[in-house]
Design a protein around this ligand. Structure first.
Ligand SMILES: Nc1ncnc2c1ncn2[C@@H]1O[C@H](COP(=O)(O)OP(=O)(O)OP(=O)(O)O)[C@@H](O)[C@H]1O
Length: 517
């Protein structure tokens, strides 16, 4: 018989924030040498559980036994060998990579004893993670989100933890990087560590989790073994009985082909040295943007939304009466009916000092003014109430700060803001990051309804699975330029992946916008 060493045991744990019950009488158990996933809808209590285990929050009731005793503070957690990577990417922007890696150990390490060993150790780990050597003295502030995420992961791994908790830590990583993270998780498991992962990425769960504990409304409702973990089973267990099940997305066939593109780009160059390309998006169409990290797809999404103009060429939107209008910035794009949803909600999305309602309403005020420029707050409130229902946003009083919501629910507020601005085009940059399975399905359905009514959707994702059965076309970016467009049946996991690596599998569809512009 195999004997397991239990490293974590939580019994009857409850935690409330005001009137919100985040955890109610929850039990949880994990072992040495296992990867254990914590799964549940947005707001089901996953992060609260992780924070209690990490000593950041103390439970209102129940017992916590981690590696032999309760944990009363983050310092105690650290001393006992527990490291946690929280949902938000927490780095000191002004400090170097090296200082960020060793912060909190024994002061900063830019000078003094031990620098040489630490440099070597840090360089080795960062090279393994990022896939190439990095300048450890570079300030973290200017680095891409994915490298910042690696800094946070490396900081935890360098402590050689006995328990590692990853709360949505792969969210900012692309395909190759996620694979490298999985290798690291395998290595830690092999060394006997307990690895807890909180993730909404189902493919990830199936690939690496030995067991999964499912939370529903703050209660642990079951534990699945590796062979029992399937998307349908997880959905069934995590969905509250009163939650309307979304239907599987179906692809609308009645594309109005031949219509004028609602948004197009001719001879666009994203970087001075990159190859120029053309792009056109018809009303009723959902186009996926794909690529390995940093291949230009994110720059292009930002160019379409007016956030960062391309290095060369123009983005053109069809205005009233067929007029062509060159997009001249974010406010202009928004006035032309192009809405933007960012996946990096902390930097580009939420206004952390504002209420939940204000974060929603800011997107609709300019379109829902009463005569004489007076804001119709009552109308905005009614609209928000409808959106809360539609996307099942789990919120307390809407005048509470946006930061009181769980991460996934903050993201849902941003998505609802985009829908409510009556856009003609919605550009979404990895919007499903940190969003639960049910909401992903709701989101696909809402976007399909929007497209079926003549709207156009640009959907950037780092997960290929998201495009399947959802996008009419997937545009794959390589080296800062559009490499391949895959349409209809040509969209498959293998064909998109091959194109991402610059290979020729799949059907090459040239986009001809010359007639339209
Ligand atoms: N500091 C806080 N103040 C008020 N409410 C809070 C606070 N932290 C969490 N909550 C509430 O507790 C509930 C559980 O939140 P938690 O962050 O644990 O959910 P989660 O399962 O991690 O969600 P997600 O998948 O969206 O990250 C939510 O309803 C959330 O709004």
């Amino acid at each position: 018989m195999t004997s397991f060493k239990t490293t974590i045991r939580l019994s009857g744990v409850s935690k409330s924030f005001g009137e919100t019950r985040a955890l109610t009488d929850a039990n949880f158990e994990a072992r040495a040498g296992e990867v254990h996933a914590i799964v549940g809808e947005n707001g089901s209590g996953k992060s609260t559980l992780a924070k209690i285990m990490s000593g950041v929050l103390s439970p209102d009731a129940g017992t916590v036994d981690i590696l032999g005793g309760p944990i009363r503070s983050p310092i105690e957690a650290k001393a006992r060998g527990l490291a946690t990577i929280f949902q938000e990417v927490l780095v000191a922007d002004h400090a170097s990579i090296l200082d960020n890696l060793y912060v909190g150990r024994d002061g900063l390490v830019s000078h003094g004893a031990g620098r040489a060993e630490r440099l070597a150790e840090a360089q080795q780990v960062m090279t393994r993670f990022v896939g190439e050597a990095v300048d450890l003295d570079a300030p973290v502030g200017g680095l891409p989100l994915s490298v910042k995420q690696w800094v946070v992961i490396a900081r935890a791994v360098l402590r050689r933890p006995k328990i590692l908790i990853l709360d949505e830590s792969s969210a900012a990583l692309d395909l190759g990087a996620t694979q490298r993270l999985h290798q690291e998780i395998d290595r830690l498991r092999g060394e006997g560590a307990t690895v807890l992962i909180v993730t909404h990425r189902i493919a990830e769960l199936v690939r690496i989790a030995d067991r999964a504990t499912i939370l529903r409304d703050g209660k642990a409702v079951g534990v699945l073994d590796r062979h029992e973990i399937t998307e349908e089973r997880l959905l069934k267990m995590m969905t509250p009985a009163d939650r309307v099940q979304a239907t599987q997305p179906t692809l609308s066939a009645n594309l109005r082909q031949g219509a004028t593109p609602v948004i197009s780009a001719l001879g666009v160059r994203l970087q001075p040295e990159a190859r120029p390309f053309d792009f056109a998006l018809m009303p009723g169409m959902i186009v996926g943007l794909a690529g390995l990290d940093g291949q230009g797809q994110d720059l292009f999404a930002k160019a379409l939304a007016g956030i960062a103009p391309p290095a060369d060429g123009e983005v053109v939107v069809a205005g009233d009466g067929g007029r062509q209008h060159v997009v001249a910035g974010l406010a202009d794009a928004s006035a032309q009916g192009i809405a933007w949803v960012s996946g990096d909600r902390k930097r580009e999305g939420i206004l952390p000092q504002q209420s939940i309602f204000e974060n929603f309403a800011i997107g609709v005020y300019h379109r829902r003014l009463k005569p004489f420029g007076v804001v119709d707050k009552a109308a905005a409130r009614r609209l928000f109430a409808r959106e809360i229902q539609r996307l099942s946003i789990k919120t307390g009083p809407v005048m509470n700060r946006i930061t009181s919501l769980s991460g996934g629910n903050q993201q849902k507020v941003l998505i609802s803001r985009a829908f409510a601005s009556d856009p003609r085009v919605i550009v979404l940059n990895d919007p499903a990051r940190g969003v639960d399975l049910n909401t992903k399905r709701d989101l696909y359905r809402e976007l399909q309804t929007f497209a079926a009514a003549g709207g156009a959707v640009v959907y950037l994702s780092s997960e290929i699975e998201e495009f399947l059965g959802f996008a009419h076309r997937v545009d794959v970016f390589v080296q800062g330029s559009l490499f391949r467009s895959l349409s209809g049946d040509a969209i498959g996991e293998d064909s998109v992946l091959s194109a991402m690596f610059g290979q020729a599998a799949g059907t090459h569809v040239d986009i001809d916008v010359s007639e339209a512009v």
